[in-house]
Design a protein around this ligand. Structure first.
Ligand SMILES: [Zn+2]
Length: 275
């Protein structure tokens, strides 16, 4: 049976989460998914479904004289369309939303003959010394790379990637993002061996996954506090944690446990002797 759009979207989300991509927190500018022709960023669920890069529809590619590569499989972009529907009982019409989608192709990997139109937006920041010291003082640290587009910790390679400082509108957001991934990395089996990091397949929405996100975000907030970063980032963290709390059904026990683990993780990064 052909999959419906909801199933396609759900599958895509699960695939992304299994790759360790957490999309609902992206304070950096460069490297997101945009439409090639308009350079407008895809928003909402689409920002989540598409990997970073520029995308164009088949028609846009044709009009610009480009060509879709043989065998390239398209990505989908979803949107809501409002349609009139007649109620069979009352005979009244109502306007209801329908989820629809169209197909796009990644212009670098799936298309021939289109040039990138992307102008990178960058910001000039001085590093924040206290925060830099925490990052540089992390003993037994994972590898770090600073490439635009994605913040992620890979337990397999024990490697963190965070977009570079110049991609963030606020320097504080860079460090808060870096700290979040650093806290994840403390869960590696050779460090504090937290189940949220050592478990091979963690499914979206399950308790282990949600709790690890809480640990990372609380730990990042603690490290921001230690380095004296102003609380605008802490506010973002708080709302992020709020959204997880809902998914955890406001289970306060989990939050207390996560806070204790976040403290351990921060201590590990700061080199504070563990009790
Ligand atoms: Zn995370």
């Amino acid at each position: 049976m052909k999959k419906n759009v909801y199933e396609i979207v759900t599958d895509k989300i699960i695939q992304q989460l299994e790759k360790g991509v957490i999309p609902w927190r992206q304070p950096w500018m460069n490297g997101g998914a945009v439409n090639w022709k308009t350079q407008k960023a895809y928003r909402g669920i689409n920002a989540f479904l598409l990997e970073p890069g520029e995308y164009a529809t088949f028609k846009q590619i044709q009009e610009a004289g480009g060509k879709v590569k043989k065998g390239a499989s398209s990505h989908i972009v979803v949107f809501w369309k409002w349609i009139e529907k007649e109620d069979p009982e009352s005979g009244e019409t109502e306007i209801v939303p329908f989820l629809r989608y169209y197909r796009v192709f990644h212009i670098n990997t799936q298309v021939e003959g289109l040039e990138s139109k992307r102008d990178a937006v960058t910001f000039n920041h001085d590093p924040i010394a206290e925060a830099d010291a925490i990052y540089k003082g992390y003993l037994n640290a994972p590898d770090f790379t600073f490439t635009s587009g994605q913040a992620v910790y890979s337990p397999t390679f024990d490697r963190i990637n965070v977009p570079p400082l110049r991609d963030f509108e606020m320097a504080e957001e860079f460090y808060s993002t870096l700290f979040h991934e650093m806290v994840h990395s403390t869960g590696h089996k050779k460090r504090l061996a937290r189940p949220g990091v050592t478990t091979q397949r963690v499914a979206f929405g399950d308790e282990v996954y949600s709790k690890e996100e809480l640990v990372a975000e609380m730990g990042a907030a603690m490290l921001c506090g230690v380095s004296g970063i102003d609380n605008s980032t802490i506010k973002n963290s708080a709302s992020y944690i709020q959204s997880w709390l809902r998914s955890l059904k406001e289970d306060h026990r989990l939050v207390v446990q996560a806070a204790a683990q976040a403290q351990k993780a921060s201590d590990y990064i700061l080199g504070t002797p563990l009790a």
